[in-house]
Design a protein around this ligand. Sequence first.
Ligand code: F6R
Length: 241
Amino acid sequence: MICHILKDADAIGKAAASLFVSQTLRKPDSVLGFATGSSPIPTYQGMIDAYKAGIVDFAGVTTFNLDEYCGLAPDHDQGYRYFMMQNLFDHLNVPHDRIHVPNGLAADFDAEGVAYDAAIDAAGGIDLQILGIGHNGHIGFNEPCDVFPQITHKVTLTESTIEANKRFFASADEVPRYAVSMGIGTILKVRSIVLVATGKGKAEAVKKMIKDDPSPFCPASALQFHPDVTVLLDADAASLL
Ligand code: F6R
């Protein structure tokens, strides 16, 4: 892992956006991997700025998102497809039929997981994936557990994730209890990864990801097995390193 400590979320967003822009300039038919949550928003703004400035064209890319809540329709305003449309895709020229988000309404999540990973493989694999990190060390919605999940699968969200994500809902009771997420194995197959984190609340998880022995109890620590991970932090998130 290569770790950079930058001034603030804005600087991190600009740096991560430049990785997506240069990836797309080098390979216009890149397969790009996206995340939701607060952390990637400055990155998405940087990509939108570059597109609006005419620096980059996203017409050839294919995209895959990490995860989606179970039980929320694609147009639900707390769903992750809706989040991605609002925060990124409505402002770029990615063809909508090449945007992929796991189906939170799948009748059979085992089959959905197999099909999602097969679609990633059929697209040629993900070239560059952005990740955030949960306070409990989750990436995607791979929560701490006793094995690293291999493929896209249904997850039971932990209380700490429900607590962290209730800010996007009217109350904690409305946060779905299940999600469908790329597995750790799916994420480790990505060619290049950029993980972004800011704030003291992420410091413990960042320390476990980078400094501790890899363990599924800190799912992000699996990134120690990946050869091309760039971690972009502010001083608070890096404060326990
Ligand atoms: C969301 C996702 C999650 C978030 C993580 C951090 O698609 O994959 O792993 O990246 O929960 O969320 P924020 O950025 O809101 O702190």
